[in-house]
Design a binder for this molecule. Structure first.
Ligand code: PLP
Length: 385
């Protein structure tokens, strides 16, 4: 993508689909286009493909295939989980979540607050770790649902989901985990965790965009949010996006096959990148460095520089990365994640996320370590930051 010299380190935004995913999806679109609800042999062949994909996705998260509902992606899974569960418990008007959630959860919770739900946001420490004491306090009898992310998309910080899940289960509060950035990067075993709902998205683990899944534990009742046909055990109406579902299955199986050695290789590359930038750029600070993190992510703040300017210069130099900040109505809003971590605004405004994948090479990291200090120096010298 983008020619030989482009270095793609934006894998938390989206990943490159595997060749096998692309080829199989092409074949599905061309040859196996029947509706899986049709009873004729072509329809049933496609039904079989969808059920194979369900088993592949279930295996990645340690679930039973019958507990996996296909959706159009992480955002839809999250909306189905949270709204679907709240609709089943109209007597409970409180939702507990964290201050560092992805906008899919965060903005939904803001909307729920406008609809009369009380939303409690649990804080994090300076390295992005969840405040478990505050969580314990917040899990009162009137809580309908606890929704937490597993891995943070901006910093890669992993929440202690085992402790959070055990607190929730002691209090009888259902738990939804946004595992969109965790799936394929950490071991997930839904069978072992007291979690009722868990969202994942295919395009974060080398599958297609617009395909996701919601794990719904047996006996957890949620209300469908799309009304229509009876697909997905009545939980998600609409003719299945068969090619994308099959592509997601292939990506899930491949992600499950990634060895520890391969994960360690990515972690070592990330560490080398992080260490190298720290050594070469004195204004660099790693956010969340002391917390457990997914192996592929580092979020680095460059003091007194603007992330947007850095992104443009890095892009011109062939390095594709993202910032945690969002530019809204002309003013640069620092990331809510870094703000919740109390990161000094001088560093937060210049925060860049580098997110690697199993396709990232040693050579690419070498080149980034040459380019970043040069770009930082150039920007600092212009004084226009
Ligand atoms: N949750 C997290 C943590 C994410 O990083 C993302 C995607 O960026 C989403 C949810 C939304 O997923 P999707 O893009 O599939 O809607």
């Amino acid at each position: 993508m983008g020619g030989m010299s482009t270095i793609y380190l934006d894998n938390n935004a989206t990943t490159q689909p595997l060749d096998d995913v692309i080829e199989t999806m092409n074949r599905m679109l061309r040859d196996e286009y029947a509706n899986p609800s049709s009873v004729h042999p072509l329809g049933q062949a496609v039904r079989h493909r969808v059920e194979c994909a369900r088993a592949q996705v279930a295996a990645l998260i340690g679930a039973e295939p019958r507990d996996v509902v296909f959706t159009s992606g992480g955002t839809e899974s999250i909306n189905l989980a949270i709204r679907g569960l709240l609709a089943q418990r109209p007597d409970r008007k409180r939702v507990v979540t964290s201050t560092v959630e992805h906008s899919a959860v965060r903005n939904l919770c803001h909307q729920l607050a406008r609809e009369g739900i009380v939303v409690d946001e649990i804080g994090v420490d300076a390295d992005g770790r969840l405040d478990l004491a505050q969580l314990e306090h917040a899990l009162t009898d009137d809580v309908a649902l606890l929704s937490l992310m597993w891995a943070n998309n901006e910093t890669g910080v992993l929440f202690d989901v085992e402790s959070a899940a055990s607190l929730a289960s002691q209090r009888g509060v259902p738990l939804h985990l946004d595992a969109v950035q965790a799936a394929g990067k950490v071991h997930i075993n839904a069978a072992d965790l007291p979690v009722q709902l868990l969202s994942i998205s295919a395009h974060k683990f080398h599958g297609p965009k617009g395909a996701g899944a919601l794990f719904v534990r047996k006996r957890t009742r949620i209300k469908p949010q799309l009304i229509g046909g009876r697909q997905e055990r009545d939980l998600r109406a609409g003719t299945e996006n068969v090619a994308a579902i099959v592509g997601m299955g292939i990506a899930a199986e491949a992600a499950g096959r990634v060895s520890d050695a391969e994960r360690n290789r990515v972690a070592a590359l990330r560490d080398r990148l992080e260490q190298g930038i720290r050594e070469r750029v004195d204004r660099a600070m790693v956010n969340g460095a002391e917390a457990p993190r997914i192996a592929n992510t580092t979020n680095i703040g460059f003091r007194d520089l603007a992330a947007e300017a850095l992104l443009i210069l890095l892009g011109d130099a062939g390095v594709c990365v993202s910032s945690g900040s969002a530019c809204s109505s002309g003013s640069l809003e620092p990331s809510h994640v870094l703000a919740a971590m109390n990161v000094d605004p001088r560093f937060a405004h210049g925060a860049i996320r580098f997110s690697l994948s199993r396709f990232t090479t040693d050579d690419e990291i070498d080149r980034v370590l040459e380019i970043v200090p040069r770009v930082v120096e150039r920007l600092a010298a212009t004084g226009s930051h």
